[in-house]
Every structure is written in structure tokens, then in C-alpha cells.
Design a protein around this ligand. Structure first.
Ligand code: HEM
Length: 435
């Protein structure tokens, strides 16, 4: 970890606009310019400490030093995260709700999600065969949205699929500073939460009875440590948190398809899947391509770190994207090399595309196992079960847009199914193991 003393400051009086303009590169750019993995910057008018790397992540995810209450910016709560949900909780209150989320992610339930998603993908692929051009990002968003709402036990009517999918997509696509996307995300959240509140009320009144292992049932009937059902608004936010985020995997799946296109040697390796290559590939896609730029927390006490006095309530921002590419931990960090994961010793703090630390005790993403499993299964399906061509298009991606994706949203043509059934993917043994 590179630390310059005294801890340097970003050049701008307030760096919020620079963050919006530079996007994923803002934190890495400043670290490079300042020669330090720790620097001070003013963000949204608040003095903040920006940090990166394995050691930084270890401190950031230590509950002794940090809390989440009041850390997330307001616009994020109106769109991506919702208000009052798991992300902003601390201590036993957080642990209690986190246990609920993790109870949904049993191996059986993860298998259910993989099967449902691959079945939907296989149905879509049949339609793609008669289409001139397929907009892959949009199609995968719909596949994931249909399957995850089914997985979550929601009563989704065919006539509602478009609307509810668009709402999930608008919430996920809302961060990063664009006013239009913020407004769409906020509207989507209002409409989606209103729908979820009706469903939760129906479950509580016995009017609607999804299976007891589904997210809808679990959240509707979840009780606080004092034995009370969750407040309806909070229950809607948490139920949404239990399935909406899989939409983020659509962006990463499309980036994986981009990698397959740009590095032609990947396709035969994925098909052969020697030493579980598809898992290594999914991990490298999560490390290399940008999705979540950073996380914010607040210091819950005064403490000194690398000679810097972190004051209670100070905002601290961890560079997730930059940590995944930190040269201290990753050799040739800016190159796409799935094999690096074959001998990777594992670290809860150096590889943080979905947050770091411990699943139960901390804020590490509750959906990480599901994400890896779904990504791996999709990469296998897209290389083993169909063939397609990639027409001329703009596949570049804008690092200033958060979240980002290939500008063309990845178009494929001439799709042909080469297997009648998706069972080879559904029953594949190696993608059944989680992390
Ligand atoms: C590509 C897919 C995904 C990405 C990039 C992603 C990213 C993240 C990130 C960065 C965090 C914050 C970590 C922190 O607070 O320090 C998080 C938390 C969370 N994620 Fe995900 N996530 C993904 C998929 C999922 C899925 C599929 C689910 C559930 C089905 C999910 C549920 C959650 C929940 C409930 C939290 C809050 C955990 C807590 O505060 O304790 N995520 N995710």
C-alpha cells in the first residue's frame, strides 16, 4: 500500500463533479496523481477520506471502526438502495436482518435460481433464432428479471413482465450522477415498492401463499428481535433487495461475452471447461470489468490510521474497482487473465466486486454466490448451447458512465441453437459449488 505523508488532498475544492465526470477512473486517477492510496477529498460538500487496496478494505470492513447509518448518499436511497433496508443498518440490528437474507441462499435455492434462469435463457434463445439482431443486454435483463421474480415467489403476470423488468433495470441503472436516470430510478422504485407492499400484505393476510422458502414469504413473515413484523415500507425495501440486484449480473454477463469476442481463445477454453475454467472466467469478469465503483461508510469513533486522524462520523470511501486492480495484489492487474484465479489463495479484502469481509458479520453482498453461479452457467450456455455472430458495432464502454456497458448493448446475429435441451448446463456439477 502506497501512503504519502502528510496524507495528500485532491486538487479540486469539491470533487463531486470530478467523480461524476471521471466515473470509475476518478479514485484511481487521484491515487496515481497524488502517489497515495489514502487521500482526502470533499465529496457532496463533506470532507472525506478515500482509500484503496487490501489493507484499506480490511479496515473499512471492520465493524469496530465503521458504521453505515447515514453513510449512503440520499439520491442512492431514493433509487438503487431504498430507505431503511439492510445496507444502512449496523450492529445486531444488521446481523438479525442479514441472517434472514443469507437463509434464502441455501445450495438448493441457488440451484433453483440457476435452473429457472437457464430455462428462461433457453426459451429466449429459441426466439433469437428468428430475429435479425438480438440486443443481448436487454434480453438478459429480461431473462434474469423473469427468473428471479419467479425464484422470489412473486406473482408476476405475463402482462406485467415488461413493466416490472423496466422498473428493476431503472433502479439498477440509476446511479452515477445522471439526472434523467435518477428520476427514472426514483419513479421505478416508488411503483415497484407499491406493488411489493400489496404482495406482502396479501401474504400476511393469507390471501396469497407463496412457498415458505421464497424471499417473498420469508420477508413478509420476518420479525424483529422484539417479535414484531417488519414495518411495511421497510419490508418492501428488503424484499426488493433480495432479488433486484441480480440485474447487475446482466451487465457483467455482457462484459463476459465481450471478453469471449475480444479474446477468441476463451471460447474453446469455456467449452472444454478444464479445471472448472468457467468459474475462473466468471471471477475474472467480476474483477476486471467495472460495475460497483466504491462504497461509503462513516467512522464510528476517532482513530489514527497511517498517521491520519480519522474523526468520528467522517465519511470514508473505499475504491472497490481500484482494489480489484491493485498492483500490490494482482500481477498484470490491467490484463484479462482468468487463469490467475486457478492458484489464487483467496482474500476477503483484495477481491471486492461485491464488497468484502464476512458475509454474516459485515456488509458483504448477500447475493455473491448466486451471481457467480448464474454468470458461470450463462457463459457455459452461450458457448456450448448456441452459436452466433457479432456484427460491426461500437463495443467500447464509457468509464465515466456508472454503471457502464458496451455502447451498442452488444448485438448478436444468426443465432442457432445447437442443443435441444439446456440440461447439460442445469446439471453441470462444477457450477453447483458456490464460492
Ligand atoms: C453483479 C451482481 C451484484 C453486484 C455487483 C453486487 C454488489 C454489491 C455491493 C457492492 C454491495 C455492498 C457491499 C457493502 O455494503 O460494503 C452489495 C450488497 C448487497 N447485495 Fe449485492 N451485488 C450483486 C448481486 C446481488 C444479488 C444477486 C443479491 C440478492 C439476490 C444481492 C443482494 C445484496 C444485499 C442484500 C446486500 C446488502 C448486504 C449488507 O448490507 O449486509 N446482490 N452488493
Amino acid at each position: 500500500m502506497k501512503v504519502k505523508k502528510p496524507i495528500p488532498k485532491a486538487k479540486e475544492f469539491d470533487s463531486t463533479m470530478a467523480l461524476i465526470n471521471e466515473g470509475f477512473n476518478f479514485l484511481p486517477n487521484r491515487r496515481k496523481e497524488l502517489g497515495s492510496d489514502i487521500f482526502e477529498a470533499r465529496l457532496l460538500g463533506k470532507k472525506s477520506l478515500c482509500i484503496a487496496g487490501e489493507e484499506a478494505a480490511a479496515v473499512f470492513y471492520d465493524n469496530k471502526y465503521f458504521k453505515r447509518a447515514g453513510a449512503a448518499p440520499k439520491p442512492l436511497k431514493k433509487t438503487l438502495l431504498g430507505e431503511g433496508g439492510l445496507h444502512g443498518r449496523d450492529g445486531e440490528d444488521h446481523h438479525h436482518q442479514k441472517r434472514m437474507f443469507l437463509s434464502m441462499m441455501t445450495p438448493e435455492r441457488l440451484e433453483d435460481m440457476k435452473r429457472m434462469a437457464i430455462e428462461e435463457l433457453d426459451k429466449k434463445a429459441s426466439q433469437w433464432e428468428s430475429m435479425d439482431e438480438v440486443l443481448l443486454l436487454d434480453e438478459i435483463e429480461e431473462v434474469l428479471s423473469r427468473s428471479v421474480m419467479n425464484w422470489a415467489g412473486l406473482p408476476l403476470k405475463e402482462s406485467e413482465v415488461k413493466q416490472r423488468t423496466q422498473e428493476l433495470v431503472a433502479m439498477v441503472d440509476s446511479f452515477g450522477g445522471s439526472l434523467t436516470r435518477f428520476k427514472e430510478g426514483a419513479e421505478a422504485r416508488k411503483s415497484h415498492e407499491a406493488w411489493l407492499k400489496e404482495i406482502i400484505s396479501d401474504i400476511r393476510e393469507g390471501v396469497y401463499s407463496p412457498p415458505s422458502h421464497t424471499a417473498a414469504y420469508i420477508v413478509a413473515m420476518q420479525k424483529s428481535p422484539e417479535g414484531k413484523l417488519l414495518n411495511l415500507d421497510v419490508a418492501a425495501v428488503d424484499l426488493n433487495n433480495a432479488y433486484r440486484p441480480i440485474i447487475a449480473a446482466a451487465y457483467l454477463i455482457v462484459f463476459g461475452v465481450l471478453a469471449i469476442h475480444e479474446y477468441p481463445e476463451m471460447k474453446p477454453k469455456l467449452q472444454a471447461d478444464k479445471n472448472n475454467f468457467s468459474k475462473l472466467f466468471a471471477q475474472e469478469v467480476r474483477r476486471y470489468y467495472p460495475f460497483a465503483p466504491a462504497m461509503a461508510a462513516k467512522a464510528n469513533r476517532d482513530f489514527i490510521w497511517h498517521g491520519y486522524h480519522v474523526k468520528e462520523d467522517m465519511l470514508v470511501v473505499l475504491d472497490l474497482f481500484g482494489t480489484n486492480r491493485h498492483p500490490d495484489h494482482w500481477e498484470n492487474a490491467d490484463e484479462f487473465i482468468p487463469e490467475r484465479f486457478a492458484n489464487w489463495k483467496g482474500s476477503p479484502f483484495a477481491f471486492v466486486p461485491q464488497g468484502g469481509g464476512d458475509f454474516h458479520a459485515g456488509h458483504r453482498c448477500a447475493g455473491e454466490w448466486m451471481t457467480v453461479m448464474v454468470m458461470q452457467a450463462f457463459f457455459k450456455y452461450l458457448t456450448e448451447n448456441i452459436t452466433y455472430t457479432v456484427p460491426e458495432q461500437d463495443l467500447s464502454y464509457d468509464m465515466a458512465r456508472m454503471p457502464t456497458m458496451p455502447k451498442s448493448r452488444f448485438i448478436i446475429s444468426n443465432v442457432q441453437k445447437i442443443r435441444q435441451s439446456p440440461d447439460n448446463i442445469i446439471n453441470h456439477r462444477h457450477s453447483q459449488t458456490v464460492m
